[in-house]
Every structure is written in C-alpha cells, then in structure tokens.
Design a protein around this ligand. Structure first.
Ligand code: FES
Ligand code: CO
Length: 380
C-alpha cells in the first residue's frame, strides 16, 4: 500500500451531515462527514485525547463530536471545543488530528492519503462518458475481494487471461495476443488489443452474428488504483468498465465500478449489463483470491513475465517508482506497531507544513527510499 495517492473512500451518498462514517483504508481507520455547507471531509479516526473512535461519534454543528468526552473536531481536524474546560480556557495547540484533501467526482469521495502540497498531487483519471448522459447510460456497483488491490488491478490489465477465465469474451483456441503498443503518460498507461470472441448469446446476438474481432483497451491510472477497460463490440458499440480499487488493508479490497455503454441505453437493459459485469468479477475472483503470494513480490524476478504481460509490467514499473520514492507502507512494521500497542496515522499536508509539530500521534512506518537502500547495501 502506497501513500501520497488518491483513493476512493466512499460513495458520495454514504457521507452525510447527519452522522460521521467510519472507513478503513490502507489498514487504518478514517472518519468521513459533511460540514454544514455540505462539503465532505476526511480526518483520522483516532481521537488524540484517549483514543476513542471519532467515526463512532455524532455530528454537532458541522463538527464530529468524539463519543467519549465530547471533544469536537472540524473538517480541518482541529478541536474547536473541549466541553470539560471552562469556556475561557484556550484549546491546546496539539488538540488536532490529521485531515486529508477530498475531491468528489463520479459519485465517489476521493481522499488524498499523504502530505504532498496541492501542486504535487497527481490528477484524478478522466471519465468523460460519465457526464455525457445524452450518449451514455451508466450503472454502478461494488465488489469485495479477499485479495491485494495491486493483484486486482493487474488482473484487469492482463490481456491473456480472458480466453481462460472469461469464456464469453475470449476463445481458448485463439488465445494468442498480437503485437500491441503501450501508450504511457505520467500517471497512466493503456494498450489496445484485438480478440476473436466466441459467438454471443442472448440479446447480444442482435449485435454480432459473426465472430468479428472485438477491440479492447485496458488501462490503469495510479490515482484510485483505477482500471478502465474499453471494449468496442462493433465500430460504434462501445462499452467502458471503470473501476477504482481501494485497499481496505493488505489483503482486502473494495472495488467500486461504473459500467457505461453507448448502445441499448434503455434502463430495461441495465439488469443484463449488471449481470454480465458481476459475472466477470465473479470469474476473476475465483483466480485472484487464490494467487500465491497474495501481494506482488518486491523482487519481480520471482514471477516469470512474457511479452503479453506488457501492460501489467508497466503498472508494476510505475508502482515500483513510487515505492522507491519511499512511499510504501512497511506493513510488517505497521502490524507490529498497531497490534494493540500504538495508534499510527498517515501524514497529512498540515502535518508537513508544521514539520510534525503540534501532532500527537506518530506516522506509519515507510519502506526506505531507493537512495537509502543503496547506501545501506554499500555499507554492508
Ligand atoms: Fe475523544 Fe476523550 S477520547 S474526547
Ligand atoms: Co478478468
């Protein structure tokens, strides 16, 4: 799990001004809520007074009230009221928790888990079809996996599994992948391939009567650990599966998906689209939940890649760069620390601005950046 990234923490509809919502992201707990103006906020869940869970509290005048002694926290994470202190007593400077940047987009709450200043934060992935309701029909849903989120994104970028795992998509007797180009930019990459699918069944027969090639373009964006799959079933019938993969912890992932289609736009066809989308997830789950090891090995030579794995490898490469910057959570250390011993948090931008002064809790252990690894091995 990597910090200084955007992750989707909730559906917009789950976050209200009526009660705080508690979510687990990257193995830690966070509290989401809306202030009186309707703006969504995300703060660390652990109260700095005696460690109660703020997400179990209640809302009071646009602030979260801790369920234990009633301290009130605003959207910036600052305590604005300590009920046990006489009104004229100043609030201690360290009475605050980390608060994380939030963007609402595509019906989701995106949270930036890290301390980078705004100008250095990555963009969110584009999804122009989402707002283009005149031409696209969208449906949405969730999927929960007992698997590591990077394995799940890789599965979505994996061209060569379709004929074996999704028999309605690919034909096992025509499984070879021809040359493809990987297009990359700073945060994402994509590649287009052609499949020869088996003959369609059900209502989809209307669309394709022959084994005409289908174009597919999987892509990833590091923000949200987003996987987007474009499929052109004919020259004009285009569908998109756009999913964000949030690490609940190292081995549990909450995927939120939106499926957009520019054909069969009548809501009558939603049920069929949903069934097909969920079937794909169910087929992938059978495989992905049983991959060994559960997390992608740090030493990539411990798995053998071939040419058709190119897009997955581009994703691995990008993640590796982030890990080498020193942004990967050291999960073994984290587990050791938080097993009832200590509350830890992901550093927020305000913490960086104040150089960690005025914050009570310590931050999560991170794997050393590449420069330090080089120094350590030179010293050995
Ligand atoms: Fe939160 Fe005391 S533990 S107010
Ligand atoms: Co699949």
């Amino acid at each position: 799990m990597i910090i200084n990234q955007w992750y989707v923490a909730a559906d917009s509809t789950e976050v209200t001004a009526a009660a705080p919502a508690k979510v687990r992201l990257c193995g830690l707990d966070f509290t989401l809520f809306r202030d009186a103006a309707g703006r969504a906020h995300c703060i660390s869940d652990v109260c700095v007074h005696r460690g109660a869970s703020l997400g179990e509290g209640r809302m009071e005048k646009g602030c979260v009230e801790c369920p234990y002694h009633g301290w009130q926290f605003d959207g910036a994470g600052n305590v604005v009221r300590i009920p046990s202190l006489p009104a004229e007593t100043p609030i201690p400077k360290r009475a605050r928790v980390d608060s994380y940047p939030v963007i609402e987009r595509y019906g989701w709450i995106w949270v930036f888990l890290g301390d980078l200043p705004e100008a250095e934060r990555p963009p969110l992935p584009d999804f122009p079809e989402y707002a283009d309701t005149a031409n696209w029909r969208t449906i949405r849903g969730d999927w929960h996996w007992r698997a590591n989120y990077a394995r799940i994104v890789e599965n979505g970028l994996d061209f060569s599994h379709a004929p074996f795992v999704h028999p309605s998509f690919g034909d096992r007797d025509r499984a070879e992948i021809h040359d493809f180009e990987i297009e990359q930019d700073a945060w994402s990459a994509r590649a287009k391939v052609t499949y020869i699918p088996p003959l369609p069944r059900g209502i989809w027969k209307l669309m394709r009567k022959e084994r005409t090639p289908v174009q597919a373009q999987p892509s990833f964006h590091l923000s949200g650990a987003t996987m987007r799959l474009d499929v052109w079933l004919t020259s004009s019938w285009h569908m998109v599966i756009f999913d964000v993969n949030t690490p609940v912890d190292e081995t549990r992932t909450h995927t939120r998906w939106i499926m957009a289609r520019n054909f069969f736009r009548h809501p009558l066809f939603d049920g069929d689209s949903r069934r097909r989308t969920l079937k794909i997830f169910a087929q992938d789950t059978q495989i992905v939940e049983k991959i060994c090891p559960e997390i992608v090995p740090t030493d990539l030579r411990e798995e053998l890649s071939v040419k058709s794995d190119g897009l997955m490898n581009a994703f691995r490469q990008r993640r590796r760069e982030l890990i080498e910057r020193g942004w990967a959570i050291d999960v073994d250390m984290l587990r050791h620390h938080i097993d009832g011993k200590r509350a830890l948090v992901i550093p927020s931008p305000a913490r960086r601005e104040s150089q960690g002064r005025n914050f009570v809790l310590k931050t999560v252990p991170l794997l050393p950046p590449r420069a330090e690894i080089a120094l350590q091995s030179a010293a050995q």
